[in-house]
Design a protein around this ligand. Structure first.
Ligand code: MLT
Ligand code: MN
Ligand code: ZN
Length: 305
């Protein structure tokens, strides 16, 4: 098996997945139609490995059972065994922590998250199914180096965001920069990669950090800020959900413009909402690919030698 830093997109869709259980928008309907060519996509998660045998999972989505099932790398190799050594959580949204409930069954792994995200998990007693004697919890601090796998150097840093939807008050702060929403920086063998599935804006300091990266996975939730309103599927904008749109408008820049000015080896959108038109051929998808950016999909594998 080849070694080197490997990334495997387990789930490329945002919360709800594609299709979402109660949605019949054009994308969801197409995803249910096997002749459409649009494949089902599961909820937001990334697997990372250095040796191809042990894996770290970034975000435990409610679809993790299915994701493991469709990924032979993650199948047990012994009677009771899992190649999954660790789970790292980038925010406390349901699509990123719901899968922790599936990972019960007396299997040991390391769970890395900030103290703030850990506090949200601890406040929900159902997560007590992860026996702390077996699932080792590590509170990681912003800008601190940690090792989700042996030899895999990573660092977390705050990115603009908000608290989880289920913790929002009447007027949530949409531009928090703290332990609620984090990005991951991978540093291996002179290579630098990022995983940022949720991000409310791209301030100069963040663009500066991403500049020169070999690989960036970035929040592609919505193409247009108001696309859910226009599709008739919801009343919230992308920005209100803590996700900057791909395409800018009079209210602010989009990620496509901000990131295309940077030197980035491969730029891949993930955490893509089911309403996002980039799922299908059309001008929006073309705008993304014309910038040299890629659209993540379940099973996408990227190696950095
Ligand atoms: C989000 O990314 O905005 C959340 O996953 C929303 C949700 O919890 O459904
Ligand atoms: Mn989400
Ligand atoms: Zn839909």
């Amino acid at each position: 098996m080849t070694t080197g830093l490997r990334f495997l997109v387990l789930g490329s869709a945002a919360g709800g997945g594609l299709p979402q259980w109660n949605c019949n928008c054009a994308n969801c309907a197409a995803a249910r139609d096997t002749s459409s060519g649009l494949l089902l996509q599961t909820q937001s998660s990334l697997a990372v490995s250095l040796d191809g045998e042990t894996w770290a999972i970034f975000n435990a989505s409610p679809d993790i059972r299915q994701q493991i099932q469709q990924t032979p790398h993650l199948h047990p190799k012994g009677l009771r065994h899992s190649p999954i050594r660790s789970v790292v959580v980038t925010n406390a949204d349901v699509d990123h922590i719901g899968g922790l409930l599936t990972l019960r069954e007396k299997q040991g792994f390391d769970l890395f998250c900030t103290a703030t995200i850990g506090g949200v998990i601890d406040a929900n007693p159902i997560f007590g199914v992860l026996d702390p004697a077996i699932v080792r919890r590590h509170a990681i601090r912003l800008d601190e180096t940690f090792f989700p796998l042996e030899g895999l150097e990573a660092r977390i840093f705050a990115v603009p965001g908000k608290v989880a939807l289920f913790l929002e008050g009447d007027t949530p702060d949409l531009g928090l920069e703290g332990e609620q929403t984090i990005g991951i920086e991978f540093l291996v063998g002179g290579r630098r990669a990022y995983y940022i599935p949720g991000c409310a804006s791209l301030p100069d300091w963040l663009c500066g950090r991403l500049h020169g990266a070999d690989l960036v996975f970035f929040d592609g939730t919505v193409f247009a800020d108001d696309e859910m309103i226009r599709a008739g599927t919801g009343h919230k904008t992308g920005r209100r959900m803590g996700h900057m749109p791909i395409m800018g408008d009079e209210k602010g820049p989009g990620s496509l413009h901000s990131l295309s000015g940077l030197e980035i080896g491969r730029m891949i959108y993930v955490h893509i909402n089911n309403t996002n038109p980039i799922w299908r051929d059309g001008p929006e998808r073309k705008a993304v690919t014309a910038a040299g950016f890629e659209i993540g999909h379940d099973g996408m594998e990227i190696g950095l030698a």
